[in-house]
Design a protein around this ligand. Structure first.
Ligand SMILES: [Zn+2]
Ligand SMILES: [Zn+2]
Length: 276
């Protein structure tokens, strides 16, 4: 056992039993790292891709969940929907272990290579979640320079047939979602989420409802609104988001269209309603 893994084990109290992903479709599964989801794309006997890397100290559990599904085959690549700490926390350890590249949108590069910091979260809309998350807040800027590559948003990716990268900024400048036309499957990251992150209870009860991006870390609400409209326009049939449980069908499309049509009322924090 290496030093990293010993460090992982310090937080083993969070860990009830063996890590296991939940399957959404034959080739889509997700695994929740305390509050943030990581997504596996690929059938159990096929090549696969990891989307996002959860909070820190979850590398070992993400690997466990992956190994349960894929055996000891490493993923072809890691793709980050964006660079927030709850999505990249275990990225360096996983890339290091699997020796695989990590891809992000070009506009997100600076934030995951130690060049820029995200704006500080707006604590006035943070509510109880901050205290829950505080042990996982990063103490230094994320630097994944050794593994990171800009992702191409044009056409298909060679290792991800049938999927399109959709730029969905607002929550962060280089936020992306992934969409597969054939079955209208959407991996939305934090562009929309299905649990209200401002309510710490909902995070654990996992009420399903389509919400705008987590308010406390979203600096550009105008772009966030455009991104939600872009997503609504895609008319996804199934969605897996960065936070909360997957949603599908009527409930998803109704709530998504409602959010897109009434974004300012439903998603933008009141004191930020005046858009710049
Ligand atoms: Zn985020
Ligand atoms: Zn998040």
């Amino acid at each position: 056992m290496d030093k990293h893994e010993q460090h992982d084990d310090h937080n083993e109290t969070w860990h009830m039993g063996h890590a296991e992903s939940e399957q959404v479709l034959e080739d889509i599964a997700f695994y929740r790292t305390l509050i943030a989801n990581v997504v596996f794309i690929g059938k159990p006997d096929d090549d696969w891709i990891l989307i996002d890397c959860g909070i820190a100290n979850y590398a070992k559990r993400i690997r466990e969940a992956a190994e349960k599904r894929y055996g000891d085959r490493p993923p072809k690549a890691i793709i980050l929907t964006h660079g927030h700490f709850d999505h990249v926390g275990s990225a360096d350890k996983l890339a290091d272990y699997w020796k695989v590249p990590i891809y992000v949108h070009p506009a997100e590069m600076d934030y995951v290579t130690g060049k820029r910091d995200y704006p500080v979260g707006d604590a006035t809309v943070g509510g109880g979640l901050f205290s829950i998350l505080s042990p996982f807040f990063p103490t230094k800027p994320v630097n994944l320079s050794r593994y990171i590559h800009p992702i191409s948003t044009e056409g298909e990716l060679p290792f991800l047939k049938g999927w399109r990268i959709i730029h969905t900024p607002g929550h962060t400048p280089g936020h992306i979602s992934l969409f597969r036309e054939s079955d209208r499957m959407l991996i939305a990251g934090d562009a929309i989420i299905t649990v209200k992150q401002e309510s710490s209870m909902a995070v654990f009860i996992q009420h399903q409802h389509v919400h705008g991006p987590p308010a406390y870390f979203t600096p550009d609400w105008e772009q966030a609104e455009e991104s939600v409209k872009k997503i609504a326009h895609l008319q996804p049939k199934v969605v897996v988001t960065g936070h909360g449980l997957p949603m599908e069908g009527e409930l998803l499309s109704e709530q998504l269209q409602e959010l897109a049509a009434n974004f300012k009322e439903l998603a933008v924090p009141k004191h930020q309603n005046k858009l710049h």
